[in-house]
Design a protein around this ligand. Structure first.
Ligand SMILES: Nc1ncnc2c1ncn2[C@@H]1O[C@H](COP(=O)(O)OP(=O)(O)OP(=O)(O)O)[C@@H](O)[C@H]1O
Ligand SMILES: [Mg+2]
Length: 542
């Protein structure tokens, strides 16, 4: 059980959550939802004991497994497999066994070899009495289900992509939680922040099944409505403008119905309040004409203003970023060409001999399984890293805009304002301020260090920086990740109306439909084909 009492959470001077009590018990499967920046990640971090609340206390009565939204740094030299096994303290044993094994086969001195054999025997006995063999195969099963191939598990964490690292962390947590406790079931509480980011469709389906049958307690933050629909039996809705968290002890579908009813009631109340306020104002104006009633009139007007101000608060919660992409600068017929691109990491060949020509205004989708090199191809095209062979040839008038999945185009130590300033030095300050405003960055938030932005806010800022660039070729790597449904719709609209060329990598079929691509490039072969609806099934698998 986790209990949090008298909780208050703040972001800078803003109150995210005030005077709240939260409890997570066995059998709870809670979906934590709310708009981007509402404070979901902050709440989960505090529940996990990794963040300090402004006030209040968090108590832990059982083990927990916490998956943060951003991959944690940690020791990057350990292998992915050891990282997973370390969840049950098996990594050291396995490593010692391997060492003893090597010694057994390599030592020539009889006495020393006998010692190694004895040592191996002792370690092996401990390993098997701890259920090591079963555990090892269970870990392998979980990893396979999360799309982590053996070859990846052998690599040191430092060589893995952000997405792969995150999958290893998820595997580690699920491995720890799948350990049967005394009563035959695990009582580990899982706290998962957007666990489906970076997962392919098969892994997501498997994860849903795993979470559905997890009995130890679970809080999951997710924008994946299918996952919520299948897994959760309670919903926590975080409303940062009110600083409150609403509890719904019901399934996702019943919650959606309840919210729709609530929304209707709120709209009615809003209309009522507006009517009352305007009546009060009229009254006040009449009263104000008489000198003796001036004070009463003033009070009345103040009450009306207060009523409307309360309304503004709720309105702000409903605000949605107006995301649009730039008006593209003019360019030649084929602004971007690539010839014979190859890339390997060490002995691992990602792709070879990829040719590509991006015509003005053309829309291209890049498909390929996890690890086929989609992000790598975009990075080569964007000049973020050099190709091993081949070249990227800019055409006449090319202006590239690159949206990176891991937001590496943003300087995390600089403020929001400094970032946008730096990325568009030629645009006037007022224009930039307007632009940021339409992407919902105003006031204090302009001075916030970019590293402290929420996942969805970082996505929004990176997209904003594209707009001022007048790019005529956009390279977009998973531009809808992390976004709440309303903001995602905005990105889809922006995609629909953009006149320039787009090269898109995504798992989101909605994004592909919005783009209406003419062509598809299949990795790792680099084969090009006309787009047809048949490819849509591949998008989610990719
Ligand atoms: N040091 C800070 N100063 C000011 N504001 C901060 C700071 N750190 C975080 N914030 C703000 O706190 C708010 C809550 O962030 P949090 O990451 O909890 O949101 P979230 O609900 O998880 O959003 P998302 O859906 O985008 O992941 C955000 O608006 C963020 O910008
Ligand atoms: Mg978050």
């Amino acid at each position: 059980m986790i209990t949090a009492s008298n909780l208050e959470l703040r972001a800078g001077s803003r109150i995210l959550l005030a005077d709240t009590t939260l409890r997570i018990q066995q059998g709870d499967r809670i979906g934590l939802v709310g708009r981007n920046g509402a404070g979901k990640t902050t709440t989960l971090k505090v529940l996990a004991g990794e963040g300090e609340p402004y006030t209040g206390e968090v108590r832990h009565g059982s083990d927990l497994g916490y998956l943060p939204q951003d991959p944690r740094e940690g020791d990057l030299s350990v292998s992915a497999k050891d990282r997973v096994l370390s969840a049950r303290g098996l990594d050291v044993l396995v490593r010692d066994m391997e060492k003893a094994q090597t010694a057994m086969s390599e030592l020539v001195d009889d006495a020393a070899r006998d010692k190694a054999i004895n040592r191996y025997g002792r370690l092996e006995e401990r390993f098997s009495s701890l259920g090591g063999y079963a555990a090892e195969s269970e870990a392998a099963r979980i990893c396979a289900n999360l799309g982590l191939a053996d070859r990846i598990l052998a690599q040191p964490m430092g060589t893995l992509s952000g997405g792969q690292r995150r999958r290893v962390e998820l595997a580690r947590i699920l491995f720890a939680a799948s350990e049967a406790g005394a009563g035959g079931k695990s009582d580990t509480i899982l706290l998962l922040d957007e666990p489906t980011n970076h997962l392919d469709a098969d892994s997501i389906t498997w994860l849903r099944g795993f979470l559905k049958s997890h009995e130890g307690g679970l809080v999951v933050i997710s924008h994946d409505v299918e996952l919520l629909g299948e897994v959760v039996n309670k919903v926590w809705f975080l409303d940062a403008t009110r600083g409150e968290l609403d509890h719904y002890n019901m399934s996702w579908q019943r919650y959606l119905d309840a919210r729709a009813t609530d929304e209707k009631r709120r709209r009615r109340e809003r209309a009522n309040a507006e009517k009352k306020a305007s009546a009060l104002h009229q009254q006040a104006a009449k009263l104000g004409a008489k000198a003796t009633k001036a004070v009463a009139a003033k009070n009345m007007a103040r009450r009306a203003d207060q009523m409307l101000a309360d309304l503004d608060d709720t309105r702000q919660a409903d605000r949605v970023a107006k995301i649009k992409f730039p008006a593209p600068a003019s360019c030649g017929k084929t602004p971007l060409t690539a010839e014979g691109l190859s890339k390997s990491y060490g002995s691992l060949e990602i792709f070879t001999g990829v040719d590509l020509a991006i015509d003005r205004g053309s829309k291209v989708v890049v498909l390929g399984l996890n690890g086929a090199g989609k992000t790598t191809l975009l990075r080569l095209l964007g000049g973020m890293e050099p190709a091993d062979t081949g070249s990227v040839v800019p055409g006449h008038g090319l202006r590239l805009g690159y949206y990176a999945q891991e937001h590496e185009t943003l300087d995390h130590d600089a403020t929001v304002w400094e970032n946008i300033r730096h990325l568009s030095p030629d645009t006037g300050a007022q224009e930039l301020r307007n632009l940021l405003g339409s992407f919902l960055f105003t006031g204090e938030q302009l001075e916030q260090p970019t590293g402290t932005l929420s996942g969805g806010e970082k996505t929004r800022l990176a997209l904003a920086s594209l707009v001022s660039s007048a790019a005529n070729v956009l390279l977009l790597d998973e531009p809808t990740n992390n976004l709440d449904p309303a903001s995602r719709e905005q990105v889809l609209d922006a995609l629909r109306s953009f006149d320039g060329a787009v090269v898109l990598v995504t798992h989101d079929p909605g994004a592909v439909e919005a783009l209406e691509p003419e062509r598809v490039i299949l990795l790792p072969d680099g084969t090009e084909d006309h787009w047809s609806a048949d490819y849509l099934d591949l998008v989610q698998l990719a």
